[in-house]
Design a protein around this ligand. Structure first.
Ligand SMILES: Nc1nc2c([nH]c(=O)n2[C@H]2C[C@H](O)[C@@H](COP(=O)(O)OP(=O)(O)OP(=O)(O)O)O2)c(=O)[nH]1
Length: 138
């Protein structure tokens, strides 16, 4: 019986890419902030006003990695972040290009076994079961 306003989700979204190619998942190594530097994440970033999550994520992947992509379905749980932000992951397909670390320290492709040993940023650990399942699907 609410007014409807409480149903709206006004949180700023950080969208991250679960990009799988040839049975491997793409990870990118953060350079900042100091507490996250050196740790690995799914590439992506903040969606800007006026962008859909898919548009924003495609833009981030072009800027960060120099690749063109197709953004698909949500994968894994959504993770609340500080400052009224929310982190969501999407299945992403590589359309063209080879990922290059333009804004990260490095990029790497991992299989399920390697993923288990990677020093992921803490928030992304919530996605491990979903990512392992995605890799198992190919
Ligand atoms: N891109 C990305 N950010 C993540 C992940 N996990 C996680 O906790 N974050 C956090 C770190 C940051 O607090 C926030 C957004 O990070 P970001 O630095 O990628 O955002 P951005 O590219 O838009 O950069 P900026 O505007 O802050 O410079 O989300 C992840 O897997 N990918």
């Amino acid at each position: 019986m609410g007014t409807g306003t409480s149903d709206r989700d006004d949180r700023q979204e950080v969208a991250a890419a679960a990009l799988v190619d040839s049975g491997r998942l793409l990870l990118a190594q953060r350079v900042s902030p100091p507490v996250l530097a050196g740790r690995w994440e799914l590439p992506g970033g903040k969606i800007e006003r006026g962008e859909t999550p898919a548009e924003g994520l495609r833009r981030e992947l072009r800027e960060e990695l120099g690749i063109e992509t197709v953004v698909g379905a949500r994968v894994g749980v959504e993770v609340p972040l500080p400052n009224e932000m929310v982190l969501r992951a999407y299945v992403v397909e590589l359309k063209s290009g080879v990922p290059v670390a333009l804004e990260h320290a490095a990029v790497r492709w991992v299989d399920a076994a390697e993923l288990a040993d990677v020093d992921l940023v803490p928030n992304d650990r919530a996605w491990l079961p979903a990512l392992v399942e995605l890799l198992a699907r190919g």
